[in-house]
Design a binder for this molecule. Structure first.
Ligand SMILES: C[S@@+](CC[C@H](N)C(=O)[O-])C[C@H]1O[C@@H](n2cnc3c(N)ncnc32)[C@H](O)[C@@H]1O
Length: 347
């Protein structure tokens, strides 16, 4: 692994540095307030992250998880567009910069990066966190309101919108996604993996397709989602190793948690969506693996991969929820975006 690339370990170390000197009681109180706000009614009309303590609390409480979810979504885009790497990245509502870390972990090499957010303290915390990581040091942290009547978004190769749509009104969401479709060659939107997060992703997906972009991931096609609305929702899980700092801030004793997320990656560049995607945690039985797939030809279907299928069986045994099926060749990812060995994984 290239030591200069940001990883969850580098992020963890940077977060520990950010919280150094912050009285734990103050951080815990700020986390409680954030939890109450995020459970309550959003959109908000003013920034939720009001000061340095709020921003530090958000970073410690949420950023390891949003980083992993965004890294998984960007990884799926990278698999669909082998050989492509963004030369410029705009992270809209980027806060403390989780998607900037995720992009740098996915595509090694330099690019111009701009984070837009209306919360100055979040941008300041993001800048501090990134200061020790060469790949992130030149990021521009720009205070800006997004959505609605806000101006056009800057033209870029990659535009990310991570965990932001919930904070906007439906009109602002639509305006933001339409603006993203105009500005970027690849747009990646990530939301919590809840029924309402999935609905916001579906609305964004419709707008992106309507604007002429094609779906690169997670869907294997640009057609209607085969999931029965109201009965289920498309979401995935990213495993997040929990540091003692993280456990201290969030409570709980497990060494990991699973961040549930929904996402869409849409492009106007050459890309090939996976023929199918694993949409549930695979089930391993004696001599067989059961894969629940979303496919081009048959919509949702279960595939049973038996031991007799040799290499395919071995691939199925290491397949994970959210993976493309069959597994893509990953040489193009130069080692940087290969999945880090998951400390808490039982695989
Ligand atoms: C839940 S945080 C997500 C931060 C980051 N994208 C991540 O994935 O960790 C939502 C971010 O959106 C920003 N935001 C919400 N509404 C906004 C608006 N109208 N204009 C600019 N930023 C906004 C917030 O300040 C906050 O930083």
């Amino acid at each position: 692994m290239n030591a200069t690339l940001p990883t969850s370990e580098t992020l963890r170390a940077a977060l520990a540095g950010l919280l150094e000197g912050e009285p734990p009681a103050r951080t815990a109180a700020a986390v409680d307030r954030l939890i109450a706000t995020y459970r309550g009614t959003t959109p908000t009309h003013t920034p939720v992250l009001r000061d340095a303590a709020d921003a530090a609390a958000y970073a410690a409480y949420r950023m390891p998880a949003t980083f992993e979810a965004e890294r998984a979504a960007l990884g799926a885009l990278a698999d669909a567009a082998p050989g492509w790497a963004p030369g410029s990245h705009v992270d809209v509502g980027g806060g403390t910069g989780a998607a900037v870390w995720a992009a740098a972990a996915t595509w090694p090499g330099s690019r111009t990066t701009t984070v837009l957010d209306w919360a100055g303290p979040a941008l300041a915390a993001g800048r501090d966190l990134a200061a020790g990581v060469p790949a992130l040091r030149d990021t521009r942290w720009t205070r800006a309101r997004v959505g609605g009547a806000a101006g056009e978004l800057p033209a870029c190769d990659l535009l990310t919108v991570g965990y932001v749509l919930k904070e906007l009104t439906p009109d602002d969401r639509a305006a933001l996604v339409a603006g993203a479709a105009r500005a970027a060659r690849a747009v990646v939107v990530v939301e919590p993996g809840s029924p309402d997060g999935y609905e916001r992703i579906m609305a964004a997906r419709d707008l992106l397709i309507g604007a002429g972009l094609r779906i690169a991931a997670p869907c294997p096609h640009d057609g209607a989602c085969p999931i029965e609305r109201g009965a289920d929702w498309c979401h995935f899980a990213a495993r997040v190793g929990r540091s003692s700092l993280h456990r201290q801030v969030k409570g709980g004793s497990l060494p990991y948690e699973d961040e549930k997320f929904s996402y869409v990656a849409a492009v106007r560049l050459p890309a090939q969506a996976a023929p199918a995607r694993v949409v549930r945690r695979p089930m391993t039985r004696k001599g067989q693996v059961l894969l629940d797939l979303c496919t081009v030809a048959d919509g949702l279907r279960r595939e049973t991969v038996t031991k007799r299928r040799g290499a395919e069986y071995r691939a199925a045994r290491s397949a994970d929820w959210g993976d493309a099926w069959p597994p893509p060749q990953r040489e193009h990812r130069q080692g940087g975006a290969e999945r880090e060995r998951d400390p808490g994984s039982d695989a």
